[in-house]
Design a protein around this ligand. Structure first.
Ligand SMILES: [Zn+2]
Length: 167
C-alpha cells in the first residue's frame, strides 16, 4: 500500500497539492516523543502541507504544524501547558549550487534539495522540535495557589468592558 505521507516533493509542489493530518506524539519518531521536555506523549499535533510555486518560479512546500503539548517546567518539573502554531516555507532546489546561492542572498530562507521520496513525518517532527522552547518554565511555579488568589480579583476584561460602557 502506498504511504500517503511519502511524497515526491517536486510533483507535490508543481501540482499545488495539499495534505493534512494529525498524529499523537508517540506515533512519531523517538527523537520527538523521547524528548525530555514533553510531558504527555499522547498529545496531538496536526499539520497542513501545501505545495506551490513562488514568484521566482521556485517550487516550495508550505508547512504549518500546531498542537497543544504540555511540557515539563524546567524549574519545578511539573507539567505546564504549551501551545504552538508554526509555519514555514521550504523552497526546493534541484542542485547544491542553486541552494547555496539562494541561501547566501536570503538568510531567512529554508531550502531543501529535491529528493524522490520525502516523508512528511520528518518535516513535521523537525517543526515540533524547533517549536519546543530552549528552557520552558512556568511564569510562576506556585501557580496552583496563585490561581485561587486571582479568582478574587476582578476579571481584567470585565474592567475593560466597564470602561467602554462608561464612555
Ligand atoms: Zn514550574
Amino acid at each position: 500500500m502506498l504511504d500517503p505521507n511519502l511524497i515526491d516533493p517536486e510533483v507535490f509542489a508543481a501540482e499545488g497539492r495539499c495534505l493534512q493530518g494529525k498524529w499523537a506524539l508517540n506515533q512519531l519518531d523517538g527523537r520527538v516523543w523521547l524528548h525530555e521536555y514533553l510531558a504527555d506523549k499522547q498529545a496531538e499535533v496536526s499539520f497542513v502541507l501545501k505545495g506551490g510555486r513562488d514568484r521566482w518560479q521556485r517550487l516550495y512546500l508550505d508547512l504549518s504544524v500546531k498542537g497543544d503539548v504540555p511540557l515539563f517546567c524546567q524549574r519545578c518539573v511539573k507539567p505546564m501547558p504549551f501551545a504552538f502554531d508554526e509555519s514555514s516555507r521550504i523552497v526546493l532546489f534541484a542542485d547544491d549550487e542553486g541552494l547555496d546561492e539562494a541561501m547566501l542572498s536570503d538568510d531567512e530562507l529554508e531550502g531543501m534539495l529535491l529528493q524522490k521520496a520525502l516523508d512528511v513525518r520528518t518535516l513535521v517532527e523537525d517543526q515540533i522540535l524547533m517549536a519546543i522552547p530552549f528552557s520552558p518554565r512556568h511564569e510562576d511555579c506556585g501557580n496552583d495557589a496563585l490561581a485561587e488568589v486571582n479568582q478574587d480579583k476582578p476579571n481584567p476584561f470585565a474592567v475593560l468592558a466597564g470602561l467602554k460602557n462608561s464612555r
